[in-house]
Every structure is written in C-alpha cells, then in structure tokens.
Write a protein that binds this ligand. Structure first.
Ligand code: GLU
Length: 461
C-alpha cells in the first residue's frame, strides 16, 4: 500500500512550490491507489499561528487536493517524540551533550580561525575507552544523535538517481533541545515512520536532511521509505521565487483570477511532461504520472504559457460554475446583474476572450451597464451622420417581430444597402453606443443578450 504525505510548515500562506510538491505526492498516491496524508509541521510555535495553519488548509481546499488522512499536527505528538528520544538514549544511539552556548561559540570561532568548517567536535559522545567529564550541574543538556563515524549513507532517489553522503561529513545532530523539545529532522522521521509513509516526495531543499533522517530511522529499527526530491520552481528570471518579487501564495493566484485546475495543470507541466501534452485534466495527469519522468533540474515559471493554459481551462469550464466565480467580482465593482441577462449566457458568449476571471468579469460588464467609451472611439465611429444613422437603425430594431441574434442579424445587410455603407460602419458605431467598447463578440449576439428595451434605451439615450 503506497502512502505519501505533504508536510508543510505554516508560514502564513501556502506557497505554490508547496502546491507542486503536494500535487506530485498526491498524484503518486492516487495513481497507485494509495493514501495521501496531510501533516502540519507546526513545531515552530511563533510562526504556526492558527491563521497560518488555516492558510494551508484553505489553500489545499482551493486547489482541490484532497487528502485521505490528517491533518495531523506535530504539536500534538510531543509525547511520542519524547518516547522515541528515550528509545535512542537507551539503545546508545543518542547521548546528552552538556556543551554551553559559550563553549559552542568558542569552538566555532577556533574552527573558523583555522579555516575549518564549523562543526560539533563530539566531545560528549560516549566511546569505548573514553572518559567523559562529569556533567555540569548548571547546564540543561541537549540530546544528540550518534551518527555513524564512517561508511556511506545513500539512497536511490526516485527523481535524482543515486545520492550518497559520507557519514563522516554528517555531524551528531541535536534531536532534542535543552528544554526537551524535539527538533525538526527528528519529528519528520518519527512521523514518517508512524504514519507508514512509503514514499517521501518533497522539495530538493531537503536533500541534505535525508542522510540524517535515514540514519535515525536505521537506529530506530524502522523501515526506510523511498525518497524523491523535486527540483525548485524559479521565476521567469531564473531566480528563487520570493514573496516580495513573485506571486508565491495560492491566494495571489485566486485573486488574479486563475482557476485551480489551471494552476495544477501548469504546475504539473513544470518539470514533468507527457509528450507534447500541455492542456490536461487531473484525471489524465494521475493516469500518466511517474516520478521517473520528473526532471531533476529546476524549471522556470512562464507567465505567458500559464495564462494561455488558464484561458483553455476557462473555455472548458462549466458556465454555471464560472457564473458563481464572476458574480462576486461584478458585485464588487457595483454592478447589479439582477435586471440584466442571465450571467451564464453572457459568460458563454464572452469566455473565449478571457485569460483570467478578472478579465472575464470585465468582459461581462457592458451587458449590465454601458461602459464609458474612450474619446478616440467616439471621434472615430460616431462622427458625421453616424448618430442619426443609429437612430434609424434603432427604429428597425424596435420593429423586429422577434428578438434574437438571427433576426437582428437579418437586419444588417438590407440596412447597410439602404444606407450605402459597409458592415463596419454599422457594427462599430453600434458597439460604441450600446457597449462603450469596440471589443465585443459578434454584435448581433451581444444585442440579443442585452435585450431590446435596454438596447433601445442606450441607442436613444
Ligand atoms: N515541513 C517541511 C517544509 O515545509 C517539509 C518536510 C518534509 O517534507 O520532509 O519544507
């Protein structure tokens, strides 16, 4: 039974890099009929406020990545971590270290002065034949893991291939602080073990933690999961995404009118591919997904492609659903849709024109309220006898026995012939007067939706 997890630390928002990690972890579980677990790594009590935990849960809900178990919270598992630390102390895989902060600082300074990499010198590590000083009474000890001194710790990374570290390069990391609280690497290990995680799929910023975690798992006698480390997402300039510079929070994408399925589709394509397929559903993604097909190197975010994909998903989306997303946007700009055409029908007509939901909302605007036409359009299209002509056309519209796009369309040819004008000389002024913009879909369909009464009011007003 395959079991994967997403284990975000609350930082105040759900990062899109995190969403990508969650997506691949989720897809791997779904593809293999396994389980996907959500675990909140909330041991940093300062950052893990209820709001930042909520931001993760809301973000997961918005993108639609459903989890089978959890959320589990590390802060509710301290007793279990304590017990496991004791297990390692008892088996001799961990030991108390009484080095004070001052001693550690002095050690680091001396090492740096000699041009060495700063590291703990294992002075409290028990060894056969080594006599340890008596524990000082005034220092609360930390607990350190007794990392093997030699040998290699490695794994076959499902994304990056074989990765190995010499144990001699790994220090005796602290697994419990002086106040008894467990440290990050330790909690992850116990959780992955207790939650029977078979595949740890996470960002490659954790590659350096993995040999440490493997050594702890071995010391505990726990089975080792498989690991797959996903490369980072860079911004368009090839830089690490940052909150200051880039849209990194899922909320930013929601605000920008991105559909969650478009975000997931795009994130899936970042560093993973299935032939030339660009536009696909999550069902297809799950069917096609393998960790082996994930690129081991970082990929860049491409906004143009991203918006193109969003446009494709808007086109494919159900109109009633889109109406639900657009209505609050129109209401926020003070538009009342109650007395106009059905929003779903408007959306069906204009949705091909929008790359995001905010633009889609803008495209719906003039169906409910005429836009203020740009002066250049007025000068260009309403000069000369154009206004008088529009009044004559209004008369024909008024006399139509039936009000629909076809019957309106049927007026165009004869009217242009009677007036001795080209279709553009009718269509453009009509758009400017009725809509306030020249950028509309087929004008007969637009007029049909706006409705006879309102069209005449606008033409004559
Ligand atoms: N909590 C870690 C993070 O947010 C992830 C730990 C893991 O996946 O092992 O980066």
């Amino acid at each position: 039974m395959i079991r994967t997890r997403f284990a975000p630390s609350p930082t105040g928002y759900l990062h899109i890099g995190g969403v990508r990690t969650a997506l691949f972890s989720w897809a791997f579980a779904r593809k293999n009929k396994g389980s996907f677990v959500l675990r909140i790594e909330d041991t940093d009590l300062e950052r893990s406020t209820p709001e930042s935990v909520k931001a993760i849960l809301d973000g997961m809900h918005w993108v639609g990545l459903d989890y089978d178990e959890g959320p589990f919270y590390q802060t509710q598992r301290f007793d279990r971590y304590k017990e496991a630390i004791q297990q390692l102390l008892d088996s001799g895989h961990a030991y108390y270290c009484y080095m004070s902060r001052e001693e550690l600082d002095a050690l680091r300074e001396a090492q740096e002065a000699r041009g060495e990499k700063p590291r703990y010198d294992r002075r409290w590590r028990p060894e056969a034949g080594k006599t340890l000083p008596p524990p000082p009474a005034d220092v609360q000890p930390v607990v350190r893991f007794r990392t093997p001194l030699d040998g290699i710790t490695g794994w076959d990374d499902a994304v990056k291939g074989r990765i190995e570290f010499a144990n001699a390069e790994l220090d005796d990391l602290i697994i419990a602080r002086a106040d008894g609280s467990p440290t990050y690497n330790f909690c992850v290990v116990i959780d992955d073990w207790d939650m029977n995680i078979t595949h740890v799929i996470r960002g490659d910023d954790h590659v350096n933690n993995t040999p440490r975690q493997i050594n702890i798992l071995k010391a505990l006698g726990a089975p080792l999961p498989a690991y797959g480390h996903l490369p980072m997402i860079l911004n368009e300039n090839g830089q690490k995404m940052s909150k200051r510079r880039d849209a990194v929070s899922v909320v930013d994408y929601a605000d920008r009118g991105i559909l969650p399925e478009a975000l997931l589709n795009y994130l899936a394509r970042l560093g993973w591919g299935h032939g030339d397929d660009e536009f696909f559903s999550m069902e297809q993604f799950v069917e096609w997904f393998t960790l082996e097909a994930v690129s081991p190197s970082a990929s860049r975010f491409n906004h143009e492609k991203f918006l193109w994909l969003n446009a494709q998903h808007i086109k494919a989306a159900d109109n009633a659903r889109l109406a639900g997303l657009i209505a609050p946007r129109l209401a926020a700009s003070g538009l009342d849709t109650a007395n106009g055409p059905a929003l779903e029908d408007v959306i069906a007509l204009v949705k091909d024109r929008a790359q995001d939901l905010n633009v889609l909302a803008d495209e719906c605007h003039y169906f409910y309220q005429k836009l203020a036409a740009p002066q250049a359009d007025i000068d260009k299209h309403l000069a000369g006898d154009a206004l008088a002509r529009m009044a004559r056309f209004a008369g024909r519209l008024e006399a139509l026995p039936e009000w629909n796009a076809e019957s309106i369309h049927g007026l165009f040819k004869p009217f242009c012939a009677d007036e001795g004008i080209k279709m553009g000389q009718l269509g453009m002024p009509l758009r400017v007067i009725v809509c306030g913009t020249t950028q509309t879909p087929s004008v007969d369909a637009v007029l049909a939706l706006i409705g006879r009464e309102e069209v005449l009011r606008r033409l004559r007003g």
